[in-house]
Design a protein around this ligand. Structure first.
Ligand SMILES: NC(=O)c1ccc[n+]([C@@H]2O[C@H](COP(=O)([O-])OP(=O)(O)OC[C@H]3O[C@@H](n4cnc5c(N)ncnc54)[C@H](O)[C@@H]3O)[C@@H](O)[C@H]2O)c1
Length: 349
């Protein structure tokens, strides 16, 4: 079985991760690519032997009967591109974050249900072996009731020096929108989609607006319109809570740390580096994995592509569902609103 795939956007993530993963999949036939300027599409076409390059998505849909479109363009164009694809009868994989507003994410969700097309988001951390272990441990009752979650997505000097990541109009926000979203999604995927009652957050603009060392390329401080640090607190029903810290730049030890820590009444788990904390046999025990790379050397992106093709083939149900994108987007929007207004935002009602 071979699936006809079109690409919208052919920049960093498409060329670094998705295309190499697609090339390893016999079921994937990448037929066409569209990109904003056309330059990255031409480059991707040459590097990965993609036979057709188009200037617009309409031209691509008119020329081909696609099974899947993969979208990796600046966040502000996700909703438009995803809805257009679904209205053209094509299933969608869309990079994270779902969109830049809750209304857009809801529009994407509505289009998926109206057209009957699949809409899967690029939350690739769900495809790690560590996530599989936590899911299995939770199903076995090893963690118990999760009453608190800590989310970290901290970079020391990781303001992306390419693309539009410092432009609030194109991206919708900084680290909260870009990397915080990964760990928020992972936290809910691993614990549960609890009903949020109230959100509180602060955003900071301290380091990104001055020149400095760049560990992800160099950026232009004068065009930095997104936050460089965000902190948030979410209160859920039944007293559950979540704290978040996320940064593109912060004075902290590690270069980058993306992690989720689940606090349960039977056990706890931290995803990266992976460690489980439990009390058994009259002792406090820590459990760490050994040789995970040898168990499965594939990257999360490769596992994600395999899953998407399994979904197209009818062998799997999508791991990510459109309403989950809207849920995460709503929390992010509430955090930005809380930070801008300097008060807690109620989601209860
Ligand atoms: N899963 C991850 O961890 C991860 C990592 C990096 C990027 N991303 C996401 O992927 C998306 C793209 O990021 P990137 O780093 O590849 O950016 P990039 O700037 O390298 O590439 C963006 C691509 O979009 C094209 N483009 C711009 N405007 C367009 C438009 N209006 N219509 C069609 N194409 C357009 C550009 O020509 C380019 O090909 C973002 O949403 C980002 O959040 C996800």
């Amino acid at each position: 079985m071979s699936y006809q795939i079109g690409l919208v956007g052919a920049g960093y993530i498409m060329q670094k991760e998705h295309l190499p993963a697609l090339m390893k999949e016999e079921r994937a036939n990448v037929l066409a690519v569209v990109s904003g300027s056309g330059q990255s599409a031409a480059e991707a076409s040459a590097r990965f032997d993609i036979p057709n390059v188009y200037k617009t998505e309409e031209e691509m849909y008119a020329a081909h009967d696609l099974d899947l479109v993969m979208i990796a363009v600046p966040n502000a164009y996700h909703a438009e591109a995803a809805v257009r694809a679904m209205e053209n009868g094509v299933d969608v994989f869309c990079e994270k974050p779902p969109a830049i507003t809750t209304a857009e994410a809801a529009r994407m969700e509505e289009a998926a249900s109206r057209t009957g097309r699949k809409l899967m988001y690029g939350f690739h951390h769900r495809f790690s072996q560590e996530a599989d272990i936590v899911k299995a441990a939770a199903a076995d009752g090893e963690i118990g009731d999760i009453y608190h979650i800590r989310v970290h997505a901290l970079r020391r000097r990781g303001i992306p020096g390419w693309g539009t990541f410092t432009d609030v109009d194109k991206q919708g926000g900084g680290p909260l929108m870009d990397i915080g979203v990964h760990m928020l999604d992972l936290a809910f995927y691993l614990s549960g989609w609890y009903r949020p009652l109230e959100v509180s957050a602060s955003t900071h603009y301290r380091l990104g607006r001055k020149p400095g060392v760049g560990l992800l390329g160099s950026w232009d401080p004068s065009s930095m319109s997104v936050e460089d640090f965000a902190a948030g607190f979410i209160r859920f029903e039944h007293g559950r809570s979540l704290v978040l810290e996320t940064s593109f730049a912060a004075n902290t030890k590690e270069e980058e740390r993306l992690s989720v820590h689940l606090f349960g009444d039977k056990g706890g788990v931290e995803i990266d580096p992976f460690e489980m904390y439990t009390e058994k046999y009259g002792a406090l025990l820590d459990i760490t994995p050994a040789y995970l790379d040898q168990a499965d050397p594939r990257s999360d992106y490769e596992r994600q592509i395999e899953h998407i093709l399994d979904v197209l083939e009818g062998k799997a149900r999508p791991v990510s569902e459109p309403w989950q994108g809207t849920y995460v987007q709503q929390l992010i929007e509430a955090m930005y609103e809380s930070a801008a207004e300097g008060r807690a935002v109620s989601l209860d009602g």
